[in-house]
Structure formats: C-alpha cells, structure tokens
Design a protein around this ligand. Structure first.
Ligand SMILES: C[S@@+](CC[C@H](N)C(=O)[O-])C[C@H]1O[C@@H](n2cnc3c(N)ncnc32)[C@H](O)[C@@H]1O
Length: 377
C-alpha cells in the first residue's frame, strides 16, 4: 500500500530517513511530504513511533488532472467503499497550489460530492458529512495538475506531544526539535547541551529518542483507531510490543540551561509529564557565561536562542557573539546546531566567536522562515 506523511518544509530528508529507519523501506522526499510503500502495520508503527512526521496518510490515488470534472471521475473510481463503514461520517480538507479557475473550497466540495456519489452507487447508502469530528478525514491536494487524495490515519498532528503542558511563547515545534538533533548528528550517549532550553523541548526530545520512547502511543486519539482497515487486535499487539521496547527512565548526559526561573519550572513540569523526571539536568544560568556552569569538551550543542526585540534582544549580533564565544570556552571541540530567523547576523557572530559554519538549511515554521545553521568550534 502507498502512503505519504507530512512534515516541516525543509526537513523532508530527515523525515524520509526516519521512515526508512523505522520501516526499512525507501522513502521519497517531496515538498513538505515523504512518499513510501508500507503495510498497515508499518503505518501504525509510524504513528506510534515517529518523531519527525506530522500526519501520515494512506494514499488513495495520485494522478494528473485537467480540472474538477477530472477530479470527480478519478475520485469516483478510487474504490473508497473499503475505507468507510456505512454509518461513519467523513470530511474532505483541500489544499491547492498553482493557478486554477476554482478555489480550494470548490475542490473540497467536488471531492466530497464524488465520494458520496460513488459510495451510494455501490452500497445505496448516503454517507454523512461531519466537518468538525469526522470518522474518516480525506485530504485532497492539487498542485498544478498533480492531484493527490489521502486518508488521514493520524488525526491531529503528531507534533502536539503529550508532554507539553507548559508552552513557551517562543516554543519550538517538537518535530523541528527532533529533526535538529538528527541534523546535529547527536547520538544517544553523547553529551548534549541546550543553553537556551525554554520549556525544555530539545532536551525532552533528546531524552525520548535516547530511551526509545514512542510519543504516538500516548496520543489520546489516533485516527487509525476509527478506520475499519486497521484491526484493533493488530494495533493493540503492536502498541504492547513497542511499550515493551521502551527503556526505563535513567539519568542521561543531557543538559538544558535557561536564565529564566519560570522557563525552567515549565521545562521541569513538561519533563515530569513526559515521564522523564531526573533524565535531564536542568540548570538555571546565563548562556553568556556558560563556563561558570560547565566544562563539557566536545559536546553537541543544539539550541533555539532568543531572537528579535520581543525577546529582549536590542543588539542580536553582540548577544550571539558573546553566547557563541562562551559556548566555545565551555565546550572546546563542540559542534553547534542552532535555529534562528536572521542567518546573516548569526554567520557574522559565529565568525567573530571563532566558529566555522558547516551547513545551513531553510525551514518553514508556519509562515515564518527559520534557518538551521551548523558549525564546529
Ligand atoms: C526561543 S526561547 C527557547 C524556547 C525553547 N526551545 C522551547 O521550545 O521552549 C529562548 C530562551 O532563551 C532564554 N534566554 C534568553 N537569554 C538567555 C541567557 N542569557 N542565558 C540563558 N537563557 C537565556 C529565554 O529565557 C528563553 O526561554
């Protein structure tokens, strides 16, 4: 069976690598998506275990279309009867990219009508539409002439982690945090430091990865539980097996530091909710004089420093230069992976502080561009 998963634009290669690692299959990166073949069990495994994917869709069909009439006939012949029970409700979400003579709402309505018609022609039953809480949610994507129809097996996005009871006003998406750890090359067992940890997203994601914690197992609702193609026995057995593979919490060489007592208290609470109390060391301190707190040669530093005047930065270049110099003193031989909004300022600061830039990638954080920059000291 064919599937696709959504992820953050700019991190598709990380998502594809995770799909390959978890399922042992090749995955093709596309814009904000990855496509792959898997079994239903493989799809369930991704929902339970993935840390870089947002939603996983069963690919119903993908083809070239000329307009809405084509969309109607493609959806009509897609064989949807197997996917929906007679008494179940459905909804269609639509995304449209390119120039078309119709809106994404027209596309959603057209696909919805075609689903109702084709289901009725085979079963005699008129399916119910429920836009707020459907049993089965379809996603129709039209990019120029490329039409994709999928069924959401996840429900709400996996980036909404179960542990996030405390939100930072500038908090990082957990899927981005996990992906930054992968970009950094950090491996469990290596010392890791986040000197601007806020509510703890990066250290918590690192601890979850190190202990093989499966975040999706703790999602209150996963859409696949409502899809008739997934057997409840298979899902239960898989969930039990994965729970059995998780490691017990233990102290890890992962440290988060922040200058704000409130942020640290939030990080502590999130860590506790994650079931990982005591796994991460949380330190109240100033990232501009890190050497007062640490002497950790060759650690991996992964962080999301403050940016902009709203975060109290009047002279960002000076702030970053002092912070990067302090990181170099506290951890000679370290590698640094940092996400920022103004890359040029950060390049200058890294150079002034004696770091060598080794990589840069642009990622889309909603509608805002962020830049993940890697450097060695
Ligand atoms: C963008 S936020 C980090 C958010 C975090 N990644 C999360 O997901 O919650 C930046 C953090 O840097 C902290 N900070 C600002 N100046 C600092 C300094 N000099 N030393 C340490 N932390 C500082 C702020 O308190 C804030 O929590």
């Amino acid at each position: 069976m064919r599937f696709f998963a959504t992820t953050v634009t700019g991190l598709e290669d990380i998502a594809a690598a995770e799909v390959s690692r978890l399922l042992g299959v090749g995955a093709v990166a596309d814009v904000s998506k990855v496509f792959f073949e898997a079994s239903l069990e493989g799809c369930a495994l991704l929902n339970y275990s993935s840390k870089s994917l947002n939603k996983i869709y069963l690919l119903v069909t993908r083809c070239e279309v000329e307009g809405l009439a084509d969309v109607d006939s493609v959806v009509g012949s897609a064989g949807l009867v197997e996917l929906i029970d007679r008494e179940q409700s459905f909804a269609v979400r639509a995304e449209r990219h390119g120039t078309h003579a119709f809106t994404s709402m027209d596309l959603a309505a057209s696909v919805g009508r075609a689903i109702i018609e084709s289901y009725r022609s085979v079963t005699g039953v008129r399916l119910k539409v429920n836009l707020n809480d459907p049993d089965v949610e379809f996603l129709a994507i039209l990019r120029d002439r490329d039409f994709i129809l999928g069924v959401n097996t996840t429900g709400v996005s996996l980036h909404r982690r179960y542990y996030r009871v405390r939100h930072h006003r500038a908090g990082l998406s957990p899927t981005v945090a996990h992906s930054m750890l992968m970009v950094s090359g950090w491996r469990p067992g290596e010392p890791l430091l986040d000197p601007f940890c806020g509510s703890g997203t990066i250290p918590i994601e690192a601890a979850m990865h190190a202990l093989n914690i499966h975040p999706g197992l703790r999602m209150e609702t996963l859409a696949l539980r409502r899809l008739r193609i997934f057997s409840p026995e298979m899902l239960d057995e898989l969930a039990e097996r994965l729970r059995g593979e998780e490691e017990r919490p233990r102290p890890l060489e992962i440290t988060g530091l922040d200058a704000s007592p409130k942020s640290l208290a939030d990080a502590e609470e999130n860590l506790e909710r994650a079931g990982l109390k005591g796994c991460v060391r949380l330190v109240l301190g100033d990232a501009l004089s890190l050497e007062k707190h640490f002497n950790m040669p060759s650690s991996r530093i992964v962080c999301n420093p403050p940016f902009g005047v709203r975060m109290g930065l009047r002279d960002p270049q000076r702030f970053y230069t002092i912070a990067f110099a302090s990181m170099k003193r506290a951890s000679p031989g370290a590698t640094l992976t940092v996400i920022v909004s103004k890359p040029v300022v950060v390049f200058r600061a890294l150079e002034e502080a004696g770091w060598t830039v080794t990589g840069e990638r642009k990622v889309m954080l909603g509608s805002i561009a962020g830049y993940i920059i890697s450097a060695t000291s």
